[in-house]
Design a protein around this ligand. Structure first.
Ligand SMILES: [Zn+2]
Length: 227
């Protein structure tokens, strides 16, 4: 059923792209600077459950010296989806085919959807990427081995990536939280949206697939930043 939904969504998105002209807003390094008003709509990036791996953990899961196979560049510079997937196991159940995102990180981090936490029997807090102190762990099963993670499982806090110049234009700073407003059949305003500004970021607001589905947010949705 999930696959039917995905196929339908893909079809809709393809239809939508047929009728739009030009690239997605903010795509690429040469994207125009936001208007001085700072009210330029912010494009959305919808993230499914995924994980980032340290080299040490990747060596155990996929074999010593293993390198990820890129299948798709993500909008954030240098970030990509890989061909590799793992199984995440908790006390109550497991999730198969959880995708590994590259590149390699210093610490392994698993980003789940809230619904996954019930299936697995793990209670991850909503956190920003990298803020892993005191978070629960999980068991990760790969084709070549198993890693018992003592911490590193989170639900990603929604956030907006932007360059330093864009942060200045919007009048926000790295680490600040703002709200976002969006249109659509389930339009509304969402709070607790963290700003991640600086080098290596491209303008994009990340929400997860549960948030997006619950609020009928699609890849065509844009957000207005509200302070
Ligand atoms: Zn992000």
């Amino acid at each position: 059923m999930a696959q039917d939904y995905e196929a339908l969504l893909k079809q809709i998105l393809e239809m939508a792209s047929t009728y739009s002209n030009g690239a997605a807003p903010g795509a690429g390094a040469q994207a125009p600077a936001p208007a001085p008003s700072g009210l330029e709509p912010i494009p959305v990036g919808i993230s499914n459950r995924h994980l980032h791996l340290s080299q040490a953990d990747m060596d155990v899961l996929f074999g010593p010296g293993y390198e990820l196979t890129k299948i798709k560049d993500l909008k954030q510079p240098g970030q990509f989806a890989s061909k590799e997937t793992v199984t995440i196991v908790g006390p109550k159940g497991s999730l198969e085919k959880v995708r590994v995102l590259g590149p390699i990180r210093k610490a392994t981090q698993v980003e789940l959807l809230l619904g996954d936490s019930f299936k697995l029997g793990i209670k991850p807090p909503t956190r920003m990427s990298g803020d892993l102190a005191g978070t629960p762990g999980a068991t990760i099963v790969g084709p070549k081995g198993t890693v018992v993670l003592s911490e590193g499982v989170i639900v990603a806090q929604r956030h907006i990536h932007m360059t330093a110049a864009e942060a200045e234009a919007y009048g926000v700073t790295n680490g600040q939280t703002v709200s976002i407003e969006f249109d659509g059949p389930r339009c509304g305003i969402l709070g607790n949206v963290a700003i991640r500004a600086g080098e290596g970021h491209a303008l994009e607001c990340h929400v997860d697939t549960e948030e997006a589905n619950a609020l009928a947010i699609t890849s065509d949705t844009t957000f207005k930043l509200i302070k």
